[in-house]
Design a binder for this molecule. Sequence first.
Ligand code: FES
Length: 134
Amino acid sequence: MRGASVSVLSLVTPGRSAPPPPAGLCQRREISSWLARWFPKDPAKPVVAQKTPIRLELVAGKTYRWCVCGRSKKQPFCDGSHFFQHTGLWPLKFKAQETRTVALCTCKATQRPPYCDGTHKSEQVQKAEVGTPL
Ligand code: FES
């Protein structure tokens, strides 16, 4: 152990920086920091997009991607903001079983995603600022 640290120190002379790490090691570090940035381990909290649900007609058999992060400009659906803002969150993909009008949650606090369950009426959601987490 001691011999290893002495040999590393002997490579560094006063006034000169340490030699660069081997090329392969450096690339691995760059890739892992890139992955950590785009796919963070700890996801961000969803933010309140709106304080009322959006009513719309879902078409049977069609697949939708419901915004989980609250940052999409196309509420209640995903526009890719979760990825470009490095949230670590992903949209909820679901397929409509029948054509019908539903209320989709935009406060992101529902316990029945993607559907509104009335949680937006709670004091916590009503007092929250749009664009901030609960
Ligand atoms: S809009 Fe989120 S529970 Fe109603």
